[in-house]
Design a protein around this ligand. Structure first.
Ligand code: V47
Ligand code: SF4
Length: 359
């Protein structure tokens, strides 16, 4: 029989917990006990270190053929607010970021109906030339699959060409909830969960590290969250290519998910982060994305198993179009202060988690 004590014993012994046990934790409201277990699991991997990086977001276009129900960022061509950034503008932002001490460009965008695959190669090459020291982490598995469709090239060739043009790694977006019937409700046009996993597997095999996200707090049940994490854990056993797991709290404003969905509670946010730390024993990093969580919950999460804070960001659009009330950027000093006040050690890292400086 599953009890909290049997789960706690496993965590203390460094053993893997089962999906049933993760579900048991989701059904418990003993947040402090779950948080304490997550802290044990985290300290074993990361000690008191909390990683952050200095990055800049670029979203080349918000025009997207998918129009997922939860997404307030996307537009249709010609609609109010639809845009495509010119390459010059993107390069200007990259140069500014480099001059301000950034080490990473985080770039994701909509699936544009008319841009050719070569456009994205040019963007990568342009950014690399404009700001050669920046690592380019770009394109979700959903974008990679779209590039393959519009170019007629297979996934492996798309990945090789993007790497050759300057792609350094991939973010974890587009995963949402990998369970199919949830996807049918929130993003029916998007590639299936199994296709998302296949593309990520190909990226890992091509030597690209990726992250994995989970969009929670909409129509999914706790069992869907556990099933999502189980699929990620299985793939990670096979490839080892995931760096961080990032739960994304659903921001309900301005989207077409026309249900009476309220923003997630702080309790759910902390529980989800903590359970992910306990369950995903083969992921080194659990990242709190303060843009969606708010700075205070992100700070408190450092006592609940989280060891990574994203990031300085600058000009975040996806969460803010959906009503996020956080600022659109945080200074490096602000992040360092936030981590120190949580009695942890701030470590600035590069995209591949190499420590650059400890504060
Ligand atoms: O896939 C869209 C999510 C993702 C909403 O890998 C929303 O380091 C909440 O993946 N409320 C894109 N979330 C962002 C992303 C990401 C962010 C930060 C770091 C990393 C990383 C990746 O944003 C999408 C979708 O899951 N999203 N709309 C919304 N209303
Ligand atoms: Fe397009 Fe991505 Fe928004 Fe879905 S989440 S509509 S794929 S930009």
């Amino acid at each position: 029989m599953t009890t909290f004590e049997t789960i706690a014993q496993k965590v203390h012994d460094g053993l893997r917990i089962s999906s049933e046990e993760a579900l048991f934790l989701f059904e418990s409201n003993d947040l402090l006990a779950i948080g304490k277990l997550a802290a044990v699991a985290n300290e074993r991997k990361n000690g008191r270190n909390v990683y952050f990086n200095v990055n800049r977001h670029i979203n080349p276009t918000n025009i997207c053929v998918n129009r997922c129900a939860f997404c307030a960022f996307s537009r249709t061509t010609g609609e109010d607010g639809a845009y495509i950034l010119a390459l010059d503008e993107m390069c200007k932002r990259a140069r500014e970021a480099e001059a301000e001490g950034a080490t990473e460009i985080h770039m994701v965008g909509g699936l544009h109906p008319d841009l050719a695959f070569e456009f994205y190669e040019e963007v990568l090459a342009g950014l690399r030339e404009a700001a050669p020291s920046l690592h380019i982490k770009a394109f979700t598995a959903v974008e990679i699959e779209y590039f393959s469709r519009i170019s007629g090239l297979n996934i492996e060739t798309v990945l090789e060409r993007l790497k050759a043009a300057g792609l350094g790694s991939m973010p974890g977006g587009g995963a949402e909830i990998l369970v199919e019937d949830v996807r049918q409700k929130i993003c029916p046009e998007k590639i299936s969960g199994s296709r998302w996993l296949e593309i990520i597997r190909s990226a890992h095999l091509a030597g690209l590290k990726t992250n994995a996200t989970m969009l929670y707090g909409h129509v999914e049940e706790p069992a869907d969250r556990v099933a999502h994490m189980e699929m990620l854990r299985t793939l990670q056993d096979e490839t080892g290519g995931f760096q961080a797991f990032i739960p994304l709290a659903f921001q309900p404003e301005n989207s077409d998910l026309k249900l009476d969905i309220k923003a997630t509670s702080g309790l759910d946010d902390l529980k989800t982060l903590a359970i992910s730390r306990i369950f995903l024993d083969n992921f080194h990093h659990i990242k709190a994305y303060w843009i969606m969580l708010g700075e205070k919950i992100a700070q408190v999460s450092l006592a609940f198993g989280v060891n990574d804070l994203d990031g300085t960001v600058v000009e975040e659009k996806i969460g803010h179009d959906a009503g996020a009330v956080t600022p659109q950027a945080m200074t490096k000093e602000g992040i360092i202060r936030l981590i120190k006040k949580a009695d942890k050690v701030p470590v600035e890292r590069d995209t591949l988690y190499r420590p650059l400086r400890t504060f």
